[in-house]
Structure formats: structure tokens, C-alpha cells
Design a protein around this ligand. Structure first.
Ligand code: ATP
Length: 449
């Protein structure tokens, strides 16, 4: 990669990271103690952005469907879950350590030239032999620290659904095909966390295990390809930046017969955003064998018993948040002034509308603005009231946090017969005067409510 392109990419990432911090979206984890590599903390605006993503996902994949069962399984699970799933034996990445500076790298992510020469990218020292490094965080449950007390922070949410498959069958008696869905934390002791929220050690996943008769897996797989694109559109990502990669034989996870990686054009290159895998009956069979519990399904019509196969769409919450930030970040000039702003889709914007009185020391203006703020809050929920600083400054702040519309109350609003307010559009900076009685319907239209 050319040096200049690399520099520009870094600049984009630095701008996103600094805006995220400056405006209260995302902070470095444990910052006052110098941080903890691979962890990030969501601040007041970040947590709303993230929650909006999760709500949109839950609505599309759970609430709006009749065939999906929501779950929230424990993060700590019996160690036998991870033995049966193959994670204890095989959830590892290739690790190399520099014999001189002792830094550790993922062998498959090193520059191929340096890898060939066995040269450390940091200090030029000699790299040691490649070892397999298990990425699960190991811990002990209870007061004893013997092998029987070992547990792991889950590295994926999927297994919490497989081990509850029978519970859902026995309590809801669903007919195939049906799915289980879960949103929750996952932990991976990544060798080289990097690129802000892209590769972290603690993150959230939104996963579905969709159970099918093996005869029918193909159309279901295609259905979820389309649904994943639909979700990508729901959160406002540019579809031109999303690419399907058919993962070839030999490169797929051991359990998968077909995998499509949904890759995204990040500022640092094209890499995975989401994954869709055909996991066959690998997991249910492995858990049935290891636990001695029957995890088969009885088809009442055909009078046959079999172990269902699984299609798994898997989404990273934090990668979605980063893609939204990267996609929305813009710089331009407005009224002769440079500005940076986030062109969030209204669906995900943490604040939908901001309401300002023109001046803060005029009671007539502030009380009218507060009255309008209360009405809009009931209607749209995420609405802010702001009276501090000049109007220009208030607009800039709302632009930076991605608020689609600002409403300003001035003397015309209280003096003129139809009480006009000014509605300003974030992206164009255009302002229009609207009779107060039309405000809610106009904003509803603009916010696609
Ligand atoms: P990668 O190849 O990038 O390490 P993966 O193929 O191991 O990813 P999966 O095991 O398929 O990832 O996990 C499903 C989803 O979880 C990914 O598509 C991604 O969105 C998210 N994810 C995985 N690892 C991380 C991580 N370390 N930090 C943030 N999100 C992650």
C-alpha cells in the first residue's frame, strides 16, 4: 500500500476516534489508568447509538417474525460446552514472538515479505517459531482453582443457543424451520487488537441459529443473505461498500459447509463486517454426544426423527457502530466555515431533533422553546434542548453528533399569527420556516416515522 494512502486512512480513523471522544460517544477503556488494550467504553451518546443498532436488529430478526425465539444465555458456561464445540482444542490463532523485543504478532497478519525473512516489523529482530494461541479467556468459578472449576468467558454467543435448543423445543414446540436469536457480549483474547472498535477483546454479537431440515438449507441461506443486506440498509450503511466473499474450501471454519463473509470497505481496507455460515448439524450432534442428551427433532408429518441443520447469520455490534461512524463522517465548508459532521441515518442517530431558543435570556423564547421540546420529546423520544452559546455553535455541536434536524424558536414564533419556527437540515444547512402546527407532521415525514 502506498504511504500517502496509508496516511490518509490513518487521518480518517484519527478524526473518527477523536470526534467519538470529544463528543462523548466512545472512550478508551480504563483511560485514567493508561487504558487496557482491546477495550473501549461507550459514553452517553455511544450507548444510544449502539442501542439503536441492537433495537433495529431485534425488530427485524425477532419482533417482526413469527419463527424466531429470543434468548439471553449466561456468559459463563460449563467448560464441557467449549470442549464439545471444539473451542478448547481449536479456537486459536498462530502466534509468533520476536526473540529481541518480545512483542507478539499474529503470524497470518504479518507482511508476507517480513514473514518469509522471519523479521520483526517493530525492531527488525528475529521472530521465533509459530505457536498456536488459544483466544478464550480462562477463569475459575467458585473458590477452588482446580481443573474442575475452569470456565471461560464465552468467545461467541452461538453456543448459548445450541445448549438451549431442547428447552425451546420442549416449551414452545416450534415446527421447523425456526430460529433462536441472541444479543450479548463475547470475549476473545486477540493477539493484536487494532483499528478502534474493529478488533477488540470484549465486544458484542448479534447472532441467529436458524434450524432447518437439511433438505431445505439452500433457500434459507439465500433468504438470510437478503435479510443481512436489508439490515445493512436499515442502519444506513452505503451498500456499495459492502461485498460478499464466498469463503473457499479449506479456508472455512471446521464446522462450516458454506460461508459468506460480508466485507466492508473500512478506512483501513476491505475486511469482514459480518458472517453467514451453514453449520450443518455439527454443533447439535457434538453437544448431544458429549452431554448424552437427545437433541433431535421429530417431524410429526413425515414421522421421522433427525438432527436439524443450522444456518447462522452473525453480526458484530461494535463493527456495525464503527462502520456507521466511518460511513457517516464528513468534512465540508458551510457559510465559509469548515465543519465536521456525522451524516447518520435518522434510524440510528442518538438525537433526532434539537430545539433552541434564539436567546437564552428572554423568558418568552425559552418557555416557548421548552414547550415545543416537551411536545417533540413525547413524539420522537430522543430530543435535546440547548440554550448555551451562540446559535452557530449549537448547530455545529448538533452536526458533530449527527442530529438530523434543529428547530429554532425566535421572536416570530411568539409574535406572528402562525407561530413560525425555523427547521434546519444537518446535511445541507438549509433552513425553512414552518408554521408550528405543521412541525410534528413535517418532522415525522423527514425522520421516516
Ligand atoms: P475475524 O476473521 O475478523 O477475526 P471472525 O471470522 O473470527 O472475524 P466470527 O467468529 O465469525 O468472526 O464472529 C462473528 C462476528 O463477530 C464478526 O463478523 C464480527 O462482526 C464480530 N467480531 C469477531 N471478532 C471480533 C473482535 N475481536 N472485535 C470486534 N468484533 C468482532
Amino acid at each position: 500500500m502506498k504511504k500517502d494512502t496509508k496516511k490518509a486512512e490513518n487521518a480518517v480513523m484519527e478524526n473518527i476516534i477523536s470526534l467519538s471522544k470529544r463528543r462523548g460517544f466512545i472512550f478508551q477503556g480504563s483511560e485514567v489508568y493508561g487504558g487496557l488494550a482491546g477495550t473501549w467504553d461507550y459514553g452517553p451518546l455511544g450507548v444510544i447509538l449502539k442501542q439503536n443498532v441492537k433495537n433495529i436488529w431485534w425488530k427485524r430478526f425477532v419482533t417482526d417474525r413469527e419463527d424466531m425465539y429470543g434468548m439471553d444465555a449466561a456468559i459463563l458456561m460449563n467448560q464441557n460446552v467449549w470442549k464439545a464445540s471444539g473451542h478448547v482444542g481449536g479456537f486459536s490463532d498462530p502466534l509468533v514472538e520476536c526473540t529481541k523485543c518480545k512483542r507478539r504478532f499474529r503470524a497470518d497478519q504479518l507482511d508476507p515479505e517480513l514473514r518469509k525473512k522471519n523479521e520483526c516489523p517493530e525492531c527488525g529482530g528475529k521472530l521465533g517459531a509459530e505457536k498456536q494461541f488459544n483466544m478464550m479467556f480462562r477463569t475459575h468459578v467458585g473458590a477452588t482453582e482446580d481443573e474442575g472449576a475452569v470456565s471461560y468467558l464465552r468467545p461467541e454467543t452461538a453456543q448459548g443457543m445450541f445448549v438451549n435448543f431442547k428447552n425451546v423445543l420442549d416449551t414452545f414446540h416450534p415446527k421447523l424451520p425456526f430460529g433462536m436469536a441472541q444479543i450479548g457480549k463475547a470475549f476473545r483474547n486477540e493477539i493484536a487488537p487494532r483499528d478502534f472498535l474493529f478488533r477488540t477483546r470484549e465486544f458484542e454479537q448479534m447472532e441467529i441459529e436458524y434450524f432447518v431440515d437439511p433438505k431445505n438449507w439452500k433457500p434459507v441461506f439465500e433468504h438470510f443473505v437478503a435479510e443481512m443486506h436489508a439490515f445493512i440498509a436499515d442502519v444506513g450503511l452505503d451498500p456499495k461498500k459492502v461485498h460478499e466473499l464466498e469463503v473457499p474450501d479449506g479456508e472455512r471454519a471446521h464446522y462450516s459447509m458454506r460461508t459468506i463473509d460480508f466485507e466492508y470497505d473500512w478506512p483501513f481496507g476491505r475486511k469482514e463486517l459480518y458472517g453467514l455460515a451453514y453449520r450443518t448439524d455439527y454443533d447439535l450432534k457434538a453437544h448431544a454426544k458429549a452431554s448424552n442428551v437427545d437433541l433431535s427433532y421429530f417431524d410429526e408429518e413425515a414421522k421421522v426423527r433427525f438432527v436439524p441443520h443450522v444456518i447462522e447469520p452473525s453480526f458484530g455490534v461494535d463493527r456495525t457502530v464503527l462502520a456507521i461512524l466511518a460511513d457517516s463522517y464528513r468534512e465540508d465548508e458551510l457559510g465559509g466555515e469548515k465543519r465536521a459532521y456525522l451524516a447518520f441515518s435518522p434510524n440510528v442517530a442518538p438525537v433526532k431533533v434539537a430545539v433552541f431558543p434564539l436567546l437564552k435570556n428572554k423568558d418568552a423564547l425559552t418557555s416557548k422553546a421548552r414547550e415545543i421540546y416537551q411536545v417533540l420529546r413525547k413524539e420522537f423520544g430522543a430530543v435535546e434542548y440547548d440554550e448555551a452559546g451562540s446559535i452557530g455553535k449549537r448547530y455545529r455541536r448538533q452536526d458533530e453528533i449527527g442530529t438530523p434536524f434543529c428547530v429554532t424558536v425566535d421572536f416570530d414564533t411568539i409574535e406572528k399569527p402562525n407561530n413560525p419556527v425555523t427547521v434546519r437540515d444537518r446535511d445541507s444547512g438549509k433552513q425553512e420556516s414552518i408554521p408550528l402546527k405543521d412541525l410534528v407532521s413535517l418532522l415525522s415525514q423527514k425522520l421516516n416515522k
